[in-house]
Design a protein around this ligand. Structure first.
Ligand code: GDG
Length: 749
């Protein structure tokens, strides 16, 4: 097995001369994280076999491409994707960084929408799919990274069915912001990501946003972080990225880091060092941070000459206007603060706009008395984690924005609102005055956490999940059709002494029809169930959401047992209907009132009121209206009923709102208390899965009707296959009446 890592940028940058090229290791959150974790993948991939696919960071002349490809493959296990300069501009500076980046960071006013950019985005994603599919082996697993490649999972899946994971390194915005993308783009992107088997986010908030956005945009439904789309299960999970803790923690053992650290100590003999280290980006909150530092200096003249803000800004996305604008604002503000407070012998801000080598970066981390990490919004933020890890003496203070993903983990830091300038200014003072004991206790616990949940843990847990979901998929595909196991089933049935049949009705015993009342059972089906239930060894139970009058009217034979309205009513062998649940239906009118509003908007829809549920049917409504109105109604109903005993679920062409206690899977337990040595259970939708899960492991023939994920052991293509199986079972052991007996019966009539 080989891991194929795909990201927009390769971890090596190729610098192209006219006739020659040289290679340089790239920096950046993702690169740092993955490089460190690849070694730890030995557990999953033999000898950590991997290949990294991505853009080499520069436009390479066609004549040089073959040489670059060979060098990268040989020395870096990397496969380059060469992209035309014009297309790259539209893709990277355009759609990625002028549309997705601002929108996903919830700054919609910075986003631009251009058809040409989106076209480039599609084409580049296709190019990745073409190149990768050419090298993919059957036993590869693929891990795609970040917002540049959100269409790739689907494009790749269409070419080769291998396990595909996708990880988003930036936030996923709430639906209301995501919706600002033009309609076609927003659906394509979600469908693209859903081509994966596992989708990972840094935090639960991003994950929830994604799930809700998929539900509202595509009308699909999730359960326990899993989508079932077509015949695939897609798991959505939280995997907070981290750092190579050991590498940062031991950095000062390195000779040159030690030397730089000593130099810094000399330079800042009389000043406390406040650090500010980021890639140039408007999301990082640098301008606000400078205002806070300014206010701190204003409020605390006693600290003048005793502090210095060392600000490193790493050049990034040169060519995107908003970045140049942010840079201008920062330059101006630094000048103004230094001008206002500085003196011949004191510069309040030392500012560098460049990329530092790792040694200088870690020496700075180790020396910095305080670090200000105050992004307006940040997916995770690795700088905050690297600083804590690098401060081996436990003597630093992290001031961290509550809007960084890392704030969900590093709760013991001084947490601030990045827009509250006074709060940040006061936090600087508090940090400067913090006792060594307090700092040590905070940093110790943060370091303990980071050393345990490091980047290896991150990558390992993601890959683990991907492997698990792959195993699950193989199991799912292995499930046999009921026709293939019939002879075993008949044999087991014949030998059994006590048998149970748990049968869903709509979609399982009969096909769906345009109107619920038309899905009447054919007379042969009624006869089959009558024959089966007449056998004293058998308990035949229909479990349905239908009301008891309808279902009871269709199956009048008292030997057939029925749970109606999802288990709210039971008709046991030879008995009358009994109510199984207490009546507590105050909510029904309220829900019906909301549904009525949508009924008026959705032509040909209607509402069915049952004793324990309200069902909104729209099977005959025009598809475009359904797509427009139903996700909204579903969302409204779910929100209104959260934290109540009411559940909302999608059914075939409908939405059902019911008491949580009226639940077929709970009802099935009523019969499952008894020991049976043969169980036949059939169902077609997600609610029947609850029944399948309840069944014992042995002597069970559980059958899912139709495609899709299931906990059942076997599959049937349609209700006809179920009827046929039941028919065959019903004719076993049903003793043929002797001729004289039949004659007596005829005479009696
Ligand atoms: C994205 C998400 C998420 C910085 N300056 C220098 C330098 N760096 C390195 C740091 C750190 C990385 O760059 C920056 O990572 P961040 O996480 O802070 O931010 P983004 O670049 O925006 O990363 C972010 C991340 O992806 C991972 O998922 O956390 O939220 O936006 O590793 O050390 N490295 C060197 N010199 C520098 O001057 N060598």
């Amino acid at each position: 097995m080989r891991l194929v890592v795909i990201s927009n940028r390769l971890p090596v940058t190729v610098e192209g001369g006219e006739n020659e090229v040289s290679f340089r290791q790239s920096t950046g959150g993702l690169v740092q994280g993955l490089s460190a974790s690849l070694d730890s993948l030995k557990d999953y991939t033999k000898e950590a076999e991997y290949v990294w696919v991505g853009w080499p960071g520069t436009n390479i002349k066609e004549e040089l491409q073959e040489k670059v490809r060979k060098d990268l493959q040989k020395n870096f296990r990397a496969l380059p994707i060469f992209i035309d300069e014009n297309e790259m501009t539209g893709f990277y500076l355009g759609f990625c960084n002028s549309t997705i980046w601002p929108l996903f960071h919830m700054i919609p006013s910075f986003a631009t929408y251009s058809d040409k950019y989106f076209e480039d985005y599609v084409n580049v994603n296709k190019k990745f799919a073409d190149t990768v599919s050419n090298i993919l082996r059957d036993d590869d697993i693929v891990w795609i990274h970040d917002y540049h490649l959100m269409l790739l999972p689907q494009f790749l899946r269409e070419k080769k069915d291998v396990p595909i994971g996708f990880f988003l390194h930036i936030p996923f915005p709430p639906f209301e912001i995501y919706r600002l993308l033009p309609k076609q783009w927003r659906a394509s992107i979600l469908k693209g990501v859903l081509g994966s088997d596992v989708i990972g986010f840094h935090t639960y908030t991003y994950m929830q946003n994604f799930i809700r956005t998929c539900e509202k945009t595509l009308g699909i439904e999730s359960e326990f972080g899993k989508f079932k789309v077509d015949n695939r299960i897609i798991s959505v999970g939280v995997f907070p990225i981290s750092i190579d803790f050991e590498k940062y923690n031991r950095a000062t053992e390195n000779k040159s880091v030690k030397q730089e650290f000593e130099n810094l100590k000399n330079t800042f003999k009389n000043e406390k060092v406040i650090l500010s280290i980021d890639r140039l980006d408007y999301t990082k909150g640098v301008v606000n941070r400078l205002h806070a530092y300014e206010q701190f200096l204003e409020k605390n003249p006693g600290w003048h000459r005793k502090v210095c803000l060392v600000m490193i800004l790493v050049p990034s996305r040169i060519g995107v206007y908003k970045y140049q604008e942010t840079k201008n604002d920062i330059d101006q503000l630094v000048g103004s603060i230094n001008g206002k407070f500085g003196a011949i012998d004191w510069t309040p801000i030392i500012y560098q706009f460049k990329n530092l080598p790792f040694e200088s970066l870690t020496a700075l981390y180790a020396k910095g008395d305080i670090i200000l990490v105050t992004p307006i919004i940040d997916g995770m933020n690795l700088v905050s984690k690297e600083y804590i890890a690098s401060h081996r003496d436990l003597n630093g203070v992290l001031i961290l924005s509550e809007c960084a993903g890392s704030a969900e983990e590093l709760k013991k830091a001084i947490i601030v609102s990045p827009n509250d300038i006074s709060e940040v200014a006061d936090a600087i003072k508090r940090a400067l005055e913090m006792t060594i004991e307090e700092k040590k206790s905070i940093n110790k616990s943060l370091q303990d956490y980071l050393s345990k949940y490091d980047v290896k843990w991150w990558a390992g847990s993601f890959i683990n999940k991907l492997m698990e979901s792959h195993k699950e998929k193989i199991e799912l595909e292995k499930k046999k059709d009921v026709n293939e196991i019939k002879s075993d089933m008949i044999k087991d049935y014949s030998m059994a002494q006590k048998r149970l049949f748990l049968l869903d009705y709509d979609g399982t015993l009969v096909n769906f029809s345009p109107k619920p009342e038309l899905a009447k059972p054919p007379s042969n089906l009624v006869k089959i169930l009558e024959r089966l239930s007449k056998n004293t060894k058998n308990d035949v139970v229909i479990l349905t959401g239908r009301d008891r009058e309808t279902i009871g009217g269709w199956f009048r034979n008292p030997d057939i047992q029925i749970f109606a309205e999802h288990g709210a009513y039971l008709r046991q062998k030879g008995e009358k209907w009994i109510r199984m649940l207490p009546v507590e239906n105050g909510w029904k009118e309220e829900i019906a009132h909301i549904i009525k509003i949508y009924e008026s908007r959705v032509p040909a829809s209607f509402t069915e009121m049952k004793d324990f549920s309200v069902v909104f049917h729209f099977r005959n409504a025009p598809e475009e209206v359904v797509q427009q109105e139903i996700p909204e109604l579903y969302d409204v109903l779910k929100t209104l009923t959260s934290n109540t005993g009411i559940v909302v679920r999608k059914i075939n062409k409908g939405i059902e709102v019911k008491s949580a206690m009226a639940d077929k899977s709970i009802a099935s337990l009523y019969f499952l208390r008894e020991p049976y040595d043969f169980i036949f259970a059939a169902g077609d939708d997600s609610i029947d899965e609850g029944i399948f899960k309840n069944l014992p492991k042995r002597d069970v023939y559980s059958i899912k009707v139709g495609d899709g994920f299931t906990y059942a052991n076997y599959r049937a293509k349609n209700p006809e296959e179920i009827s046929l199986a039941l028919k065959e079972l019903s004719s076993i052991e049903y003793p043929k009446k002797p001729f004289w007996r039949r004659l007596v019966e005829i005479i009696k009539r």
